[in-house]
Structure formats: C-alpha cells, structure tokens
Design a binder for this molecule. Structure first.
Ligand code: G3P
Ligand code: CA
Length: 338
C-alpha cells in the first residue's frame, strides 16, 4: 500500500507573471514579519519571500542579513549588551549583533522594527510588536493561507551569506531542504523557488532537491563565493547557458532588464533563449527608488508611478517580479493581462 502524502499537493501556480512579496508587504509593515507576509497574502501575492539566516542552534529564521542591529530592538536590550561585536562577512566589516550568536529562544525575545524609518514613517507604529519568524512558521502561514483562500501561496526563500555560514559550522542548505521536504516540497512544480547570489551553494542544492533554483544577479560586482569573475559575465549568452545547467531562472537587478530611461535590454530574450525564467527586483513605490522620470515631486518618501515601472518590465517579458507593494504589483500584472 502506498502511504498518503503528509500534505495535500497545492495546485500549480498559474502560468501568468508571478507577484513575489519582497520581505512580505514590506512597504507597509516591518519587513520579514508574519504581519508583513500576511498582508502580502491578503493583497494577492503569489509568493512570499523570506531571506534566511541561521541561529546559533542551527535554525533558519527570516532576516535580510545576520546583522540584526537595524531591524530589531536588540540594541536596547541590556541582557544582550555584551553580544555586540565586529565581524567580516563577505569581505565587509560589520559591527553590531548577529543571529549566529543567539539561540532561537533568545532571538524570539526580540521584536522587529522598521528598517527605513525615514522613508516609511507609518511603519514605525508597528515597531516592537512582531517577533522574528522561523522558516517553518513562514511555510505554515503559506500553507494555511493556501487552504483558506483556495489560491496557491508559494514561498521564495533566499539563502543569505551561505559561504560565511558554512565557514562557522552553520551551513544552511541541508536545513533548508529538510524544512521544505517536511512541507512536502521536493518537486519541480512545488510552489517554491530557492534563490542565492552565490553560485556554489545553488549547484550543491541542485543535487539535494528538485525544487527550482534562481540565480540572483547584481548590477555589479561578483558572487561572494568567487565562483564567477563577475555578474556581468553571467548575463552573456554563454554565461546564461552555464546558469541554466543548475538554475530554472535568474533574479536580476531591475535596471538590467529595463534601464531607468525605459530602454529594454536584451536580457529577457537572452535568458529565455537559454530556458531561464526572469524575476527582477525590487519594485518600490517611493520616489527614492524610482527612475527619475517616474517620480512624483521631490520628497524621497513620496510615492511615484510604480505601476508604470512594473508595466515596462511586464512589456519586456519578465516572468515575475519582487515588490515591496504587492497590491500595486497585482494591479499592474492584472492590468497588463487585460
Ligand atoms: O532576492 C531578491 C532581492 O531581494 C535581492 O535583494 O538584498 O533585497 O535580498 P535583497
Ligand atoms: Ca531577497
């Protein structure tokens, strides 16, 4: 007799361009909190994005970086004052408090705060309210929301600083794959994409899981693991062909797809020719993040024409996109489909 799967298989994500809630609905709630992911789901996001780092006891939690100085209240906790330290991570010196120096139980006593208080002042009213979620909680939220809404809500985790974490005995790949497998996600059509700016850990993951992998590509520089001389080399037709050997798609900085002046680059066509999906990042409503021609006024915190920016990318043929404002992403995507 064949054992029943532990989880019902979700329906496949529809084949239209996907809206990926970048750190949740992080334009409206402190990033990487369950409240941020919940709002993103309410707003119609197809995927929620947790960036992942490790705790001292080997648990995966959602934070954009292991330095938690700017996104939690750790600096105001006298009991953790002595944990402040300096480290070199991916060749850059950081001073502050780091997830790998806290057990999960200790980390859970902290509360999240808004990363960009000057640009997102309204979000600071939520400071001190929400805990740092585990990957397991994020997956559970996606699953329960899928069951409740009848939509499939996917999870789009990013491994942050994987070489650094391996160097301190906290490699993240096996833990990530185990969490996904426990959720029933080890299939090519699972509602999951694993992303990384590094190369070698994606190649290792290719041997460990069947879920699709996304190679993140920055506008300049090179992967921190030294596996490629530059990101620029990765977006040549030859480079894209080698990425396609292990990844299902690329996640480039948005200006690599459509430049600030609206010029479309060959990247989407070249990536599609190599069989790769294209999911650019990051679409944000504030003037500060928009190309000059799409801003409204001169206040950096004011909101400009984000929908238009997303439309340009959809017209260029992207297969999905990361946004801090999922409701605007859904509106733009649906308008484009009509
Ligand atoms: O993962 C896509 C995008 O989020 C990459 O940039 O720095 O926001 O994780 P970052
Ligand atoms: Ca990310």
């Amino acid at each position: 007799m064949v054992a029943a799967p532990a989880f019902a298989q979700e329906a496949a994500i529809p084949s239209r361009p996907i809206v990926i809630a970048h750190r949740g609905a992080s334009g409206e709630r402190p990033e990487h909190t369950l409240a941020s992911y919940e709002l993103a789901i309410e707003q119609g996001a197809d995927f929620i994005e947790p960036d992942l780092v490790m705790t001292k006891d080997g648990q995966l939690v959602a934070r954009h970086e292991n330095d938690i100085t700017d996104t939690t209240d750790v600096a105001s906790r006298p009991e953790f004052r002595a944990r402040r330290t300096s480290k070199v991570i991916d060749s850059t010196k950081h001073s502050g408090w780091f997830t790998e120096d806290f057990t999960l139980a200790e980390l859970r006593t902290l509360r999240a705060k808004e990363r960009l208080p000057l640009l997102r002042r309204a979000n600071t009213s939520y400071d001190g309210q929400f805990a740092v979620p585990t990957l397991r909680e994020v997956i559970a939220l996606a699953k329960s929301a899928s069951a409740k809404t009848g939509r499939t809500i996917g999870v789009y985790p990013e491994t942050k600083h994987p070489t650094y974490f391996a160097s301190i005995g906290l490699a993240m790949e096996a833990a990530l794959v185990a969490e996904l497998k426990a959720a029933g996600w080890d299939r090519a059509d699972a509602p999951v994409f694993i992303q990384s700016f590094e190369v070698n850990n994606l190649k290792a993951l290719k041997q460990m899981t069947r879920v699709p992998l996304i190679q993140l590509i920055d506008a300049d520089g090179a992967p921190a693991d030294g596996a490629q001389p530059s990101y620029a080399a990765m977006i040549t037709p030859e480079g894209l062909k080698s990425v396609a050997a292990y990844a299902a798609g690329i996640g480039p900085a948005k200006a690599m797809v459509v430049k600030g002046d609206g010029t479309v680059t060959p990247l989407v066509d070249d990536a599609h020719a190599a069989g790769l999906k294209v999911h650019p990042w990051t679409f944000r409503a504030e003037n500060f993040f928009l190309p000059s021609g799409l801003r409204n006024g001169i206040n950096p915190a004011g909101h400009g024409r984000l929908g238009e920016e997303i439309s340009r990318h959809l017209a260029a043929g992207v297969d999905g996109f990361f946004t801090d404002f999922p409701y605007q992403g859904v509106e733009a995507r649906d308008r484009h489909a009509r």
